[in-house]
Design a protein around this ligand. Structure first.
Ligand code: APR
Length: 233
């Protein structure tokens, strides 16, 4: 990994597992005991908005109770010290990257600590609950929903992500199963544009064979070692 200037890092639920936030596919397709179709689709929200609001109220509380682990802190240090381009594209809805010191973070699947008004389209930091349909602070309508990209909805800022991958010399995937597109396809784009590709994961992901290099183990060990290797160059 020589002459690296521009880096794109994709993270998934595995980087937050050691902070106590459960991953998606560890519990046979259930997310906190709910089928994702029930709580992570527009249809599920239309069918039972109360269930979905309560589900994300619980996720919002879990996120605020969790603390960044050594992997988040290492990426925070990398962000503070890396002179080239760096973009952390996360599929996670927690704010542990930010609380670990990272600034150049892009939440492609939205954020648990954000509420989105379906009436006036504003988004706002939200640490409380939505189950009682509070009024939107901007327009006063009771039309707030979790600011989460559900299955069937378009992930955020895809153009920006592909531009960053197009400039990257290094693409690193951390703690993701490679089960969900478009994130699972980013490694192919990185290879196409000539980046070195590295996977850091507890077990081989579905796309492992697409990576130039794969290191297996817990993120709390692999990521600090990877960052130290990069920064000593
Ligand atoms: N360290 C590193 N990797 C880990 C750890 C750990 N401590 N614990 C688990 N992993 C790995 C697992 O081996 C798995 O490959 O993290 C990955 C987690 O995979 P998923 O549960 O599928 O989570 P993720 O890849 O983020 O899911 C992608 O799917 O459900 C949707 O929108 C949701 O953003 C989510 C997307």
């Amino acid at each position: 990994m020589d002459d690296i200037r521009n880096i794109v890092i994709l993270t998934g639920a595995g980087i937050s597992a050691e902070s106590g936030l459960r991953t998606f596919r560890a519990s046979d397709g259930l997310w906190e005991d709910h089928p994702v179709e029930e709580v992570a689709t527009p249809e599920g929200f239309r069918r039972d908005p109360g269930l979905v609001q309560r589900f994300y109220d619980a996720r919002r509380a879990d996120v605020q109770a969790a603390v960044p682990n050594a992997a988040h802190l290492a990426l925070g240090e990398l962000d503070m010290r890396w002179k080239g381009e760096l973009l952390i594209v996360t599929q996670n809805i927690d704010d542990l990257h930010e609380r670990g010191g990272a600034r150049r973070v892009l939440h492609m699947h939205g954020e648990a600590l954000s509420a989105w008004c379906t009436s006036c389209d504003t988004r706002r930091r939200w640490t409380g609950t939505l189950r009682d349909n509070p009024p939107c602070p901007a327009c006063g309508m009771a039309a707030l929903r979790p600011d989460i990209v559900w299955f069937g909805e378009m992930p955020y800022r895809m153009g920006e992500i592909f531009q960053a991958i197009g400039r990257a010399d290094l693409f690193v995937s951390i703690g993701t199963s490679g089960a969900v597109y478009p994130a699972a396809g980013f490694v192919e784009e990185a290879r196409r544009t000539g980046a070195h590709t590295l996977e850091l994961n507890l077990e081989p992901s579905l796309g492992s064979r697409l990576f130039d290099e794969a290191r297996l183990g817990p993120a709390s060990e692999l990521v600090p070692a990877f960052v130290a290797e990069l920064l000593q160059k």
